[in-house]
Design a protein around this ligand. Sequence first.
Ligand SMILES: Cc1cc2nc3c(=O)[nH]c(=O)nc-3n(C[C@H](O)[C@H](O)[C@H](O)COP(=O)(O)O)c2cc1C
Length: 222
Amino acid sequence: MSNQTVRALPVGRDPTNDIWQAMFTQRAIRYWQPEKVPRELLELVVEAAAKAPSGSNLQPWMFVVVDDDAQRNAIGAALRRVYEAAEPLKNLIAAGEKSDDKTQRLMLKGARAFFSQLEKAPALIVPCLYHLASPVTDTSTLLAGSSIYLAVQNLLLAARALGLGTVMTTAHNLIAPALRDILNLPGDATPVALIPIGFPDANFGPTVRKDVTEILRWNRWQ
Ligand SMILES: Cc1cc2nc3c(=O)[nH]c(=O)nc-3n(C[C@H](O)[C@H](O)[C@H](O)COP(=O)(O)O)c2cc1C
């Protein structure tokens, strides 16, 4: 994909072809403008996802992209039902929204928006492990994740490059049976994330993360 081709696309806010800028400003976006995302952009982020490495290059994945209103509404309603019934989660979010820490406050306000009105995202992407065989066959393990999370990260970065906002979530797990039913997933497909995507109604980073001196050890732990 050349820079020129990317520039010719109907990209969103603050697009970038600079990988460093993309990585350093790719933050969780939980608010979107209502307009639809052109399918050529959605297709491109999935294409970028599928450039990721996987065990034995088996590419054990499928990506279900949901841009249909009825389908999005059904998924949003399923998540809302779970959220409304989950008192501990609601209390956690309500308490966090009153936190003195502004970052925490904003994150939990965003999380409430995410859980209660997911259908506001113009599209939802559900990456699935499919026919996993390497490095393991058991889709429930951490090792299984290793063959798809690189693709998920590619997807988030590609979206950032195109000026599209995403938030990586594992909320698929909260609505597993409903999601399987709504998306008509076959038994050998295992959803691994639920990622809303759209033209952002919030700013990209810089992100707030631990300093490298805090997380880096040379040669041995201590
Ligand atoms: C494994 C994982 C699960 C997550 N699940 C949720 C979720 O269920 N709901 C949500 O709103 N955000 C979810 N997030 C988003 C994180 O809260 C977010 O990436 C993190 O707070 C950093 O935010 P920032 O990039 O804006 O700094 C999840 C992120 C990861 C990596």
